[in-house]
Design a protein around this ligand. Structure first.
Ligand code: ZN
Ligand code: ZN
Length: 149
């Protein structure tokens, strides 16, 4: 199993923003860089906690706004496995998720680790498929260890 968390350089970030037609301000650079660094499907609040150390004047609302802009430009995805709390996806390569039901940790697993996923029946009329996302629910090694003791 291969964890996918592409490390992007600042130059890569600039290129990605440029291709997405987004101007990369210092604020956005710091927020996006932090998101890529965290790579573990962080909640916006967690990103804010770290970024405010670099830009003390930054507000949570600004972080939310920029995240919304990144999502709109396809530089991030919203992950909604945990209803009620937004988690973010910075890995845009096809992959699925291992979700720990105890600590809510979300780990990526490569699409190639699965058999190809196909539908056996037609979907309800009018539904358009964008992609498949499989959630494998269980306990992460950390929690499994603790719970066994
Ligand atoms: Zn866990
Ligand atoms: Zn993911």
């Amino acid at each position: 199993m291969k964890a996918v968390s592409p490390e992007l350089s600042v130059a890569d970030l600039r290129e990605r923003c440029h291709q997405a037609g987004l101007s990369l301000t210092h604020q956005r650079l710091v927020i996006y860089e932090q998101l890529m660094k965290m790579g573990d499907h962080p909640a916006p609040e967690a990103v804010f906690e770290r970024v405010r150390k670099k830009i003390p004047s930054l507000s949570l609302a600004t972080v939310y706004n920029n995240i919304k802009i990144f999502v709109e430009h396809g530089l991030l995805r919203e992950l909604s496995v945990h209803r009620g709390s937004l988690r973010l996806e910075s890995n845009l390569d096809p992959h699925h998720h291992l979700v720990c039901t105890n600590c809510k940790a979300i780990e990526d697993i490569d699409e190639s680790d699965f058999q190809p996923i196909r539908l056996k029946k037609a979907l309800p009329k009018g539904f358009t498929v964008h992609r498949f996302s499989v959630e494998v629910l269980g306990l992460c090694s950390n929690c499994a260890g603790k719970i066994r003791q």
